[in-house]
Design a protein around this ligand. Structure first.
Ligand SMILES: Cc1cc2nc3c(=O)[nH]c(=O)nc-3n(C[C@H](O)[C@H](O)[C@H](O)COP(=O)(O)O)c2cc1C
Length: 458
């Protein structure tokens, strides 16, 4: 069988992901592997010759491995662009009915989201996803994980030989009407500094929504990523890990933009158009480039909102991503999109967003983190406390200084140890069995009692 590997690591063959793919290659005697380094070709893919070259490779292959490192919850920016170029060209026709496998390496931080995205994209393109395997970047050192690699490629062979695959539902896209916007808006006086950042002017509808939102306020700044000519992808070189400097710092403006947003604004409104199952590659690359701050939550302490053009209600995965991007010490004000049929309703939503922008900022309202923020923090915390913290020097300093290594304290460990011994005593256990509900809530009730004595104080 001929297997085409669409390598999404910007590091080409020097990639961690590719070492695992090479294990698949070494063990699968029946297969001939061919490698296509997307980073080398993506910018040329507008040209017919490059498209024909890729089409030929896909046509010749029996199965495809979509192999990439997870970047900022998804595929890297250049791979996102590659996918957009497939959608916009005749390359997509060759993928119809092709068997595919998705393989990633990462530190398992929202790898599920990246896999879901890729599987949805492949489903929309008519490709048949046989298997989807996510490995930690260190898994290769583990014999059982190496066995999984072999099993995964054998699963692909099995599916090819037997012509089997699961079918999934494709998204049926609706053509949305362009949101026109309304005029004559009453101003909201706002002390907080608002920045709208996005890939805006490529979409008329999005531009109109952004214009309407900004017209509520006297002072807002717009950073339109569509207008930036020099726009470099993150290449995963990790120069930032020792210096917090980006290799592209002198060749494009993205680093300066990220710092400008970080240092000057209280509210960030991300504005983007849905392309395939995410926003545009420019938005993706923008988020990738914030990695210059490594695992430090770069926009911590900001209120965050989204203005989206496209059918967000059909994209649960994207909605989750937007929510996850709003955790880590940020607070989500809300998300508006132009998919509602009634323009007045869209307008009301924009007004609500503007009013809540002021309210949440004035009240300094930051919701507690949900599973997204709590679990994400724990993955990063453990990684930075361990090997990652030896490489990412600023991460370690930041986590230490900001008390992010929030493990159970020794004193509490001792307390819990005694408590366990006490709770295991026969009499205590009997008492607990009969009174569990009231025991669980007794402390909470004391707080309510306390508050009720002096409501004003709280
Ligand atoms: C810009 C950037 C963003 C990343 N984002 C994530 C992420 O969201 N989740 C995760 O688990 N790992 C993330 N990683 C870690 C990489 O996925 C991991 O190091 C991967 O194994 C690199 O593979 P490669 O050498 O094949 O490029 C990120 C790394 C970089 C450089």
């Amino acid at each position: 069988m001929k297997i085409l590997v669409l390598n999404g690591s910007p590091k080409g063959s020097e990639s961690v992901t590719m070492q695992s793919v090479k294990i698949m290659d070494l063990y699968s005697k029946k297969n001939a592997f061919q490698y296509y380094d997307v980073i080398k070709h993506v910018d040329k893919l507008d040209k017919i010759e490059e498209q024909e070259h890729l089409k030929e490779l896909i046509k010749e292959s029996d199965g495809i491995i979509w192999a990439f490192p997870v970047y900022h919850l998804l595929v890297p920016g250049h791979y996102k662009r590659f996918i957009e170029k497939i959608y916009d060209s005749s390359v997509k026709e060759c993928l119809n009915g092709k068997h595919s496998v998705v393989f990633t390496t990462s530190i398992n931080y929202y790898d599920v989201v990246a896999h879901k995205y890729m599987k949805e994209v492949l489903c929309d393109l008519g490709s048949l996803v046989v298997d989807s395997l996510s490995h930690d970047m260190e898994s290769i050192f583990n014999v059982s994980a190496r066995k999984e690699l072999v099993q995964c490629i054998e699963n692909l062979n099995f599916a090819l030989e037997n012509g089997i695959s699961f079918s999934n539902k494709k998204i049926v896209k609706k053509d949305l009407s362009i949101y026109k916007g309304v005029k004559g808006i009453e101003k909201i006086h706002m002390k907080g500094r608002i920045c709208i950042v996005g890939d805006i002017s490529n979409s008329k509808s999005l531009s109109n929504m952004v214009e309407e939102y900004t017209s509520y306020f006297d002072n807002t700044d717009i950073i339109d990523l569509s207008n930036i000519d020099n726009y470099n992808y993150c290449i995963g070189c990790l120069r930032c890990s020792r210096t917090q400097k980006c290799i592209h710092e002198n060749s494009d403006d993205l680093r300066r933009i990220i710092d400008r947003i970080k240092n000057n604004y209280d509210i960030i409104v991300f504005a983007g158009e849905i392309k395939d199952r995410y926003l545009t590659w420019r938005m993706k690359t923008f988020f990738d480039r914030t990695f210059v701050y490594n695992h430090i939550p770069v926009f911590k302490g900001k209120q965050v909102a989204y203005i989206i053009s496209g059918e967000l209600s059909k994209n649960d995965n994207l909605k989750n991503i937007l929510e996850i991007y709003s955790q880590g010490g940020r607070n989500l004000i809300g998300i508006v999109s132009d998919e509602l049929e009634d323009m007045e309703e869209i307008s009301r939503n924009i007004k609500t967003l503007a009013q809540l922008t002021k309210r949440y900022f004035d009240d300094n309202y930051f919701r507690s983190e949900t599973f997204y923020g709590v679990s994400g923090h724990k993955i990063f915390r453990d990684a930075v406390y361990g090997n990652l913290g030896t490489i990412f020097k600023y991460d370690y300093q930041y986590y230490k200084q900001n008390k992010q290594f929030d493990y159970i304290k020794t004193i509490d460990k001792i307390k819990y140890c005694f408590r366990r011994i006490f709770f295991n005593r026969k009499k205590v256990e009997k008492f607990m069995n009969n009174n569990m509900t009231s025991l669980m809530v007794s402390g909470h009730k004391k707080v309510v009692e306390e508050v009720s004595k002096n409501v004003e104080k709280y």
